[in-house]
Design a protein around this ligand. Sequence first.
Ligand code: C2O
Ligand code: CU
Ligand code: CU
Length: 451
Amino acid sequence: MDRRQFLKISSALAVIGSLPTITLAASPSPGFDYELIVAPANVRIAADGDTPAWCFNGHFPAPVIRAKQHQPVRIRVVNQLDEPTTIHWHGLRIPIEMDGVPFLSQPPIMPGETFDYEFTPPDAGTFWYHPHMNSVEQLGKGLVGAFIVDEAENPGFDADVVMGLKNWHIRDDGSFTALTTPRNAFRMGTPGRLMTVNGKTAPTYYIPAGGAIRARLANIDNTLTYDINSPQTDLTIVAIDGNPIAKPRPLDHHLMGPGMRLDLGFIAPNNAGETVTLYHKNKVLMTFQTIGEDKQRRELPRLPLNPIQAPDLDTAEVIRFAFEWDASINPIEKDGKVNYRFWTINRTPWDGMSADNIPAPLATLELGKSYIFELSNLTQYHHPIHLHGHTFTVLQSNKQTIEPFHTDTVLLGQNEVARIAFVADNPGRWMYHCHVIEHLKTGLMGYIEVV
Ligand code: C2O
Ligand code: CU
Ligand code: CU
């Protein structure tokens, strides 16, 4: 088999109608839906030269995995890096054995080894996947991809565009700048220089004129909180972090921390050649341009809610978590070394783990019981707080009015206190961390045990 046959490139980046969206899958081994080969690859992201990235199947963007709600998907991961890895399926409520966290859920996939993931997604929506080892480097160098779970019944959009947002830490010649600096790690994180959507600067995607469009944004960046907005007034938020919302509402602007997603629905302008532009703050992220005959759609399809158990708020136990830093330590030690115990959850920094040294959980929950977590950000920086294996409801915040919604990652702004609730219905040891990758690397991580 030659490389061309091996890497089946089956479509362009933006696709109209029922064609698949981005697909770039290595021919899977028999019995597998996808095969992901994790390996170094030179890719063209910058204007003037290649980037020595780490990629899935030799390209960026990574293959968009498409699974179907309530149907098993089998994914073989082959590690061709010189270091161990694991792959985590962010936002999917699947059994702990498939969660892709080293030591807590599986042994690391060593160089040259293969690991087979198989699970059945209970929820439909926009999710993503990434390694859970050496994350600053593995994610920062390009190992990030979109994972779409299609609804059991097709909701009937005319186009479905998947967009991974990442600011690459690269120069114009393609070479990497520092993925982390101590100074930034102890502040908001180190931003990349080159803002991209699916690895392109301000790309244009073609959509059918007058069609019902679903635009899926995934923040697959290590650091940045995107502030999504558009001068167009008729964009509707239909799902947040993968989960459809009960009352779709107009997009004013929406903050998306690392790891978070946003599904926008809109009816495309009726005439060919018209545009709809999405911005991060006042910078153009990407543009849609209409083509073809007017499809004359009037209404957006409705998305069914995901089957998430409602917590019992009357009996729920309240557990408090404070996110802060340890003011008594010097983040950079005298010899210039970074102190990895800077950020803390309830005054405990994450210390790393190994097969025979797994730290204690931050909390132990009883299987089937309802919990309210009160999350307090005692710092001036944003922290997108993520829990594996569960989808929770954001109930309230001291800083903003909340229409309760389902998510796996909640963004806490400066000194924000939020309450979230969920049923601990998935047994296992579930990572619980800030998704600013340098923060989890320097302490802001732990895990919750459900037994
Ligand atoms: Cu995307 Cu541990 O997470
Ligand atoms: Cu996750
Ligand atoms: Cu953080």
